[in-house]
Design a protein around this ligand. Structure first.
Ligand code: NAD
Length: 362
């Protein structure tokens, strides 16, 4: 089969890690007889440099005409000043909205060889294998009013946490569908003891549950969830939550796997199913890592595993997705590591060497 994939290298280490994903996808194409046509486009700081916009219209058009989008990372300290007129990260929010990507899926899995590479005790993290489903286009990051104002008390600001039932229902269905394919256990995270939007969330979760009698639904408050993620993370399987809670909790959970460099993600415009293709954007969970840009030590595994998710969810190629995940497993089982996951004194590979090692395993 032949596929059109838009590649957004972005900023910092983004282009380097994406190049390794392409290397691995080319190996998959060769082995299974597919042709992946990669077409580059601009997003983030590099796009601002070239066009003045973080998400140029041409990029959005190209992404919409693709089978899938592969992204490195965006962000450049050059734009860190609060007075910068455009920020690279605004391109990310815009592309998620522009492509209608409402579901962010982040697997967090501990590779047994890396059990000593995290900040937590090995016995706590050794069985971690969970998938976060985060709502991506609603709630407090987008709803209005969202503004600064001045009144008799001085400066004020307001953000709005708001959801409509259709937004809640579709993300919960993604959670239930994924839970159905795994251990049939779904944890819904909210703050229903305080927030109206969470009370609606919980109500709808119970309604959607009726369509999934085979899945056990469990509600956990977000503050408790943040504690359990550290104290007993392996008790979670599929977790679903709203936009801001998901933003915070997924970064916390990323530490369970040892390094940001290990964590892939998919952002989808539909509910994933085995044989249907839906547009998606695939990217590592990490940012542009300006502190290591240009050093050749970035870990490309998160982006390589994101490519596996792309094969599974957007291109309906589950066998090929499995092949990438097995290749990563095999490389790690051989003791191959990049600097971020190496033990003290352990020899580590450069970004390109790690990508080639995984491609060779295909
Ligand atoms: P970051 O994820 O870029 O880096 C955090 C730490 O993790 C750094 O020490 C970095 O060296 C390390 N790290 C990240 N990816 C790595 C990899 N593949 N291999 C090895 N080590 C890795 O987060 P940050 O420093 O807070 O942000 C840097 C920039 O990235 C900011 O401009 C931020 O806004 C942006 N950002 C973008 C995204 C995105 O594109 N989706 C996500 C998060 C942050």
């Amino acid at each position: 089969m032949e596929f059109k994939i838009t590649v957004l290298g972005g900023d910092g280490i983004g282009p380097d890690v994406v190049a390794e994903s392409i290397k691995v996808l080319d190996a998959v194409g060769k082995k299974y007889g597919h042709k992946f046509n990669f077409e580059k486009a601009l997003l983030g700081g590099v796009a601002i440099e070239a066009t003045g916009q973080a998400l140029p219209e041409q990029t959005l058009r190209q992404c919409l005409a693709s089978d899938a989008v592969l992204l490195g990372a965006v962000g450049d300290p050059k734009y860190d000043s609060p007075n910068a007129p455009v920020k690279p990260e605004s391109g990310l929010l815009a592309i998620r909205q522009g492509l209608g990507l409402f579901a962010n899926i982040r697997p967090v899995k501990m590779f047994s060889k890396l059990v000593n590479s995290t900040a937590l005790k090995p016995e706590i993290v050794k069985d971690v294998d969970m998938v976060f489903v985060r709502e991506l286009t609603g709630s407090v990051y987008f709803a209005t009013p969202k503004k600064r104002f001045n009144d008799e008390r001085g400066r004020g600001a307001v953000d709005t946490m708001q959801y409509h039932e259709d937004e809640i229902e579709r993300i919960l269905r993604v959670g239930f569908e994924l839970a159905r394919k795994r251990s049939k256990k779904l944890t819904s995270i909210d703050k229903a003891n305080v927030l109206k939007s969470s009370q609606l969330w919980r109500e709808i979760a119970e309604e959607v549950k009726k369509d999934y009698p085979d899945v056990t639904l469990n509600h956990v408050l977000v503050d408790a969830a943040s504690m359990y993620l550290i104290s007993r993370p392996s008790t979670f399987d599929v977790l679903v939550t709203e936009n801001m809670f998901g933003d915070i909790l997924t970064d916390e959970a990323s530490m369970l796997a040892g390094s940001m460099g290990m964590l892939p993600s998919a952002s989808l415009a539909g509910i994933p199913s085995d044989n249907t293709r839906c547009l998606g954007l695939y990217e590592p969970c990490h940012g542009s890592a300006p502190d290591i840009t240009g050093l050749g030590i970035a870990n490309p595994i998160a982006t390589i595993l994101s490519a596996a998710m792309m094969l599974r969810y957007s291109l309906a190629l589950p066998k090929e997705a499995d092949a990438i995940e097995k290749a990563v497993n095999a490389a790690i089982a051989d003791g191959l590591v990049t600097k971020d996951i190496a033990q003290v004194g352990q020899k580590y590979l450069a970004t390109g060497q790690m990508g080639s090692a995984v491609a060779d395993k295909i």
